[in-house]
Design a protein around this ligand. Structure first.
Ligand code: DX5
Ligand code: ZN
Length: 218
């Protein structure tokens, strides 16, 4: 069964307690939290104080996606803020292996995220050391963008790589997921769907999550 990770970036920030309650009551297993620094990506989102309070209210797995330069400077701060999984970008880390080890040594699961232009092949020598790979299916920085179709080929390629190596690394796909394209993303081999606007702009977010979960079972 696929994991649905609603992305808080698309939530109503004036009603975060209610949005967290909705996710807690839903069939989503994870909550996705996007951190942007205005340097790695051309946008700034929310940071540690918000995440700290949200993770206290959140009963699901807190999946933190860092779209920041020098993420190693903040690893332990995100652990203290309640992150269960911390993903960092391959493009932001010249010492990715060291950074991944640092995340794991603090007791979090470690993920590596790749931008749409970054080949899956570049993950070959880090794959055995991570818990998940986040394939960005939009250019990171903004919610509500259109899914880049080429992402499907990348998901398939990564699925083959993981299976051939006999690893249990999860594939997370982030950006532009809708009720229309979710099935094809899962069929390509995704384990986790990050879903922002499709969930939070829905008139019935819990029902939308339920539909995504039931899609994944088929
Ligand atoms: C984009 C973020 C995504 C975003 C997805 O940079 O990493 O997690 O919230 O939002 P939607 O599902 O609206 O594309
Ligand atoms: Zn994200």
């Amino acid at each position: 069964m696929a994991i649905i990770a609603p992305s808080l970036l698309a939530a109503n920030f004036l009603a975060l307690a209610e949005e967290c309650r909705m996710v807690n009551e839903s069939e989503a297993q994870w909550l996705h939290l996007d951190v942007m620094d205005g340097r790695f990506v051309p946008n700034i989102s929310f940071g540690l104080p918000v995440i700290k309070q949200v993770t206290q209210a959140n009963k699901k797995v807190s999946d933190v996606h860092l779209m920041i330069l020098e993420p190693e400077k903040y690893t332990s701060a995100f652990k203290d803020a309640g992150a269960d999984i911390l993903s960092i970008h391959l493009e932001a880390c010249p010492h990715l292996h060291r950074n991944i080890e640092q995340i794991r040594s603090l007791g979090m699961k470690a993920g590596v995220a790749i931008n749409p232009h970054t080949p899956v092949l570049l993950l070959k020598d880090i794959l055995a050391d991570v818990d998940q790979v986040c394939i960005m299916s939009v250019n990171p920085g903004f919610g509500g963008q259109k899914f880049i179709p080429h992402s499907l080929a990348k998901i398939r390629e990564l699925r083959t790589m993981i299976d051939e190596k006999g690893l249990s690394v999860k594939i997370e796909v982030d950006g532009g997921i809708t009720l229309e394209n979710a099935a094809s993303v899962l069929k390509a081999g995704a384990d986790v769907l990050v879903v922002g606007n499709t969930v939070f702009s829905s008139p019935d977010p819990k029902e939308t999550i339920r539909q995504l979960v039931s899609l994944s079972a088929s």
